[in-house]
Design a protein around this ligand. Structure first.
Ligand code: DGL
Length: 260
């Protein structure tokens, strides 16, 4: 069971690892007075290559632990876990604000009428109904190409983001679309950490992710539930990991937080 010390009254944020830190950064920017407890499930990364039932069970375990540790709200900073578990978690905890993320296809499609929009996401996100519904909603607006990026989240998780093997993997995944897309949606929270590397391959096109929208949604939900902190600065951010027996892991998290 996940158990976090010193998190009473914090907003719990989780992902399968470092990816959620790209969302956490936006949350802290939007709500600098809140305390945040970030939990990365690096021991079970990647979620995007597991069965949906496994991702649901892992997410239920984490959210149960965050709430038992006193968190007042939860942000699922993971597209894959949102698709596999958000609906069920909201049924399990109807009184708790539970905010999910989804690929920012809407703003991308609206910004490129009849253009070609590349959506990068994990294989499980692309397969699940939630994304397929989103695709059907927006594919009339623009031509949407969904690319399941097998291996990418797990590779980002290891750090060393300028190593040649990472460029080779990106080239293999998105190289075929170079010069032929008008916008890119980063539909996995790990991917903003390689945006620059993707730009080198795909060129100077607009990129969309859901971090800022999620942060605004958290503010709205906390306000509706009368849970907003009275402070407007000075909130604390604590990092936890399912791999935290390895001291290097939390150092890696802090370095990703600086990078985001
Ligand atoms: N960062 C997650 C997402 O947004 C999952 C990556 C993974 O574990 O496969 O989908």
């Amino acid at each position: 069971m996940v158990r976090l010390e010193g998190c009473k009254g914090s907003v719990g944020v989780f992902d399968s690892g470092v990816g959620g830190i790209s969302v956490l950064k936006a949350l802290v920017r939007e709500l600098p007075g809140e305390d945040f407890a970030f939990y990365g499930d690096s021991a079970h990364n990647p979620y995007g290559e597991k069965r949906p039932e496994e991702v649901l069970a892992l997410s239920q375990d984490i959210v149960g632990g965050l709430l038992d540790s006193g968190c007042k709200a939860v942000v699922i900073a993971c597209n894959t876990a949102t698709s596999a578990a958000a609906a069920r978690l909201r049924e399990d905890y109807p009184k708790t604000p539970i905010i999910g993320v989804e690929p920012a296809l809407k703003p991308a499609a609206l910004s490129q009428p009849n253009g070609r929009v590349l959506v990068l996401a994990t294989p499980l996100t692309v397969r699940l109904d939630k994304f397929q519904r989103l695709l059907r909603t927006w594919e009339g607006e623009s031509h949407v190409i969904a690319v399941p990026c097998e291996g990418l989240a797990a590779r980002i998780e290891r750090g060393d983001l300028h190593a040649p093997d990472l460029y080779e993997l990106l080239e293999r995944l998105v190289g075929p679309y170079a010069g032929s897309v008008d916008a890119v949606v980063l539909g996995c929270t790990h991917y903003p950490f390689v945006r620059e590397q993707l730009e080198q391959i795909l060129g100077d096109v607009p990129f969309f992710d859901s971090a800022d929208g999620t942060a605004r949604q958290l503010r709205r939900r906390l306000a509706q539930s009368h849970l907003l902190s009275e402070r407007t600065s000075g909130g604390k951010v604590r990092f936890f990991s399912s791999s935290q027996d390895d001291p290097a892991e939390l150092e890696l998290y802090r370095s990703f937080f600086e990078l985001a």
